[in-house]
Design a protein around this ligand. Structure first.
Ligand code: XMP
Length: 620
């Protein structure tokens, strides 16, 4: 048996699957295993990586691990928690620092070791930690540092390496090179795991699961479900495939017509169902209690749950109409690897905290999954890998490069609220913010509603803040990075276009998922997408959520505002906002704002300046 595989021991990392994908990108196969995997199994691997995780190594509830892991003669790379564990195991100390770090920063590395070979001394890396090494264990040496923080250690003889930062994410500029060094220079892999072998295994996976049964593909029109459908078409007989598009009422302007047109090209039998009324009136039960109708609900998680459940109910109805036997019919979904990480699904990471309930992971799907009847041929792929597969299968550029759109659609891009969210900390935070930005001659105003973010391996649900005034984009982007580091109750920073805004906002425009709100957002979203196309900026930007939020910046308090989030990422786990004037033309931004403001029910347009972490891609 070949041992051309690496074991990734999962300590509950937010970025666990990203490490795995980096490794696969470098043509090495990877298995994700639990921390306490036994020695006999570990000995079958050529290298071991221990991931990050939300616990502290010294905590009572820290994940149990196999105490032999460092003595097998197999090279080990510990990342974040993994490095701290290694140091703690060998008698060093790890302690909590006063300030968490969740940001890109510069470190100094020693380049005379195999892990950092070929790199320059100063490196930009993503840090995301609360604990740090304070005393290095015997026989370990420091190989990377940043002011006051030990950022890398090694024990040369035992081939044990540790890094405090995350080499697997895009925000660590030369992270790929570091992983490459570990795989090829330290573990000495041959690199026999290629894209063709991955595609063949997806096709075999579909054939083995479905056999000669029927399968229903729920096609949203996005690249994930389209590639899923194309893979099915490659793997099995077309008469077994039943493609269904459900219009939830939260689609983009004219999206459903577009989907119908595009899928005909795949020669698949597509049925389009307009279920917007059913969604509008849908309810569900959570912990035995019936929820309000979707049109009355403001909580993002309840909205997701209702939409996810209603979606599957409508799909079930349609299966009946298709005269398919539900018990024997498989469901195919375009679920991606990061989707599963973020829902902390048991399949992926047993320790990850729940970041958000995922649309693709509703109870009905879980039931089907337990019966082994959910087919997810993209479940091991990240977005960029799915695009490559799509191209390989011959899908058109228009489809392959379509902007990703979440399952619940515009429903989670309309921030709903009955009343302002102004906790005890509101006034004080607002005052401190003013002091904080005064040195830049800017104004800051706290926005009285919550949006989702992620800090470390935990989910946050916090205030957003709006900056106004005149400053270069680079300065604004830096302030946006700093604010959430100092204000833990803020996870998102936006720039308010137009005149400086000096008032405090203490009211909101009550907002639910009503027709008028949907129309306001569809219109703005269409303007953003058309202009991005026009300026050929689609490829640079990985995702462009446009959000309707319930704030009027002027006296007529019936109005709402629009946020634009132009997000650059390869992995969707981390990323940065596009810089106007650099990543997209300033004229494009100007045209977008001007056109959106022609709608007199929109008060202001704001631009999201927040990297991820701490701000997620979506606002909910
Ligand atoms: P976040 O907002 O967590 O998003 O940074 C990461 C990626 O996941 C997408 N996303 C969703 N997709 N149903 C989906 O199908 C959802 O409920 C959902 N929430 C987030 C998001 O658009 C981004 O691509």
């Amino acid at each position: 048996m070949t041992n051309e595989k690496i074991a990734l021991l999962d300590a509950g990392a937010q970025y666990g699957k990203v490490i795995d994908r980096r490794i696969r990108d470098l043509n090495v196969e990877c298995d994700i295993l639990s921390m306490d995997t036994n020695t006999t199994i570990l000995q079958q691997y050529k290298g071991i990586i221990i991931s990050g995780g939300p616990s502290s190594v010294y905590a009572l509830n820290a994940p149990k691990y196999n105490k032999n892991v460092f003595d097998l003669g197999i090279p080990v790379l510990g990342i974040c928690y993994g490095m701290q564990l290694m140091n703690y195991h060998f008698g060093g100390t790890v302690e909590k620092k006063a300030r968490r770090e969740d940001c890109q920063m510069q470190i100094q590395i020693k380049t005379d070791n195999l892990l950092f070979e070929g790199l320059t001394q100063t490196q930009d890396v993503l840090m995301s930690h609360g604990d740090s090494i304070t005393v290095v264990a015997d026989d370990f040496e420091i190989i990377a540092e940043s002011t006051g923080i030990i950022a890398g250690v090694r024990n040369k003889e035992k081939k044990l390496y540790g890094v405090q930062f995350h080499p697997e994410v895009d925000l660590t500029k030369f992270g790929k090179k570091i992983v490459d060094n570990f795989l090829y220079k330290i573990c000495k892999f041959s690199g026999n795991y290629t894209k063709e072998s991955q595609l063949n295994s997806s096709v075999k996976y579909i054939q083995n699961m479905i056999g000669d049964k029927d399968v229903l593909v729920l096609v949203s029109g996005g690249v994930d479900s389209s590639v899923c459908a194309a893979l099915l078409a490659k793997a099995i007989n077309h008469s077994q495939i039943h493609a269904l598009h459900i219009n939830t009422g939260f689609m983009r302007l004219n999206e459903s017509c577009q989907v119908e047109h595009d899928l005909k090209k795949l020669n698949l039998d597509l049925k389009v169902v307009d279920a917007s009324d059913a969604f509008y009136n849908a309810t569900t039960t959570i912990d035995g209690i019936k929820t309000d109708k979707l049109s009355e609900v403001v909580s993002p998680e309840i909205k997701r749950k209702i939409i996810g459940d209603c979606f599957m109910k409508v799909a079930e109805e349609e299966i009946k109409n298709l005269n398919l036997d539900m018990d024997k019919t498989f469901i195919a979904q375009g679920t991606l690897r990061p989707d599963l990480i973020e829902s902390a699904s048991g399949i992926v990471s047993s320790s990850a905290e729940v970041i958000k309930t995922h649309h693709n992971d509703s109870e009905l799907v879980r039931e089907k999954r337990e019966k082994g009847m959910v087919v997810e041929p993209n479940k091991d792929l990240h977005k960029d890998e799915v695009r490559m597969v799509g191209k390989y299968l011959g899908l058109s550029d228009g489809l392959v490069w379509r902007q990703p759109f979440p399952g619940p659609g515009l429903a989670i891009r309309i921030i709903c609220a009955h009343e302002p969210y102004m906790d005890k900390d509101f006034q004080e935070t607002n005052a401190h913010l003013d002091e904080f930005v005064a040195k830049y001659n800017l104004n800051a105003t706290l926005l009285p509603f919550k949006t989702v973010g992620v800090q470390g391996d935990s989910r946050t649900y916090n205030y957003a803040v709006g900056l106004s005034g005149k400053a270069p984009w680079s300065v604004l982007m830096n302030i946006a990075k700093e604010i959430p580091q100092y204000f833990h109750n803020i996870n998102r920073v936006v720039y308010i276009f137009g005149q400086e805004y000096t008032k405090t906002i203490s009211k909101i425009t009550p907002t639910k998922l009503t027709h008028d709100a949907i129309v306001q957002l569809q219109r703005a979203d269409d303007i953003v997408n058309k202009n991005l196309m026009k300026y050929n900026a689609m490829r640079k930007i990985a995702q462009a959520p446009v959000i309707l939020f319930p704030v009027s910046f002027d006296k007529e308090n019936k109005r709402r505002s629009i946020a634009i989030r132009l997000f650059i990422t390869n992995d969707f786990m981390t990323g940065v906002p596009a810089v106007p004037g650099e990543d997209i033309p300033q004229e494009c931004m100007d045209e977008i704002t001007e056109e959106i403001l022609r709608d007199s029910s929109i008060s202001r347009v704001v631009y999201d300046l927040t990297p991820k972490p701490p701000g997620t891609v979506e606002w909910e």
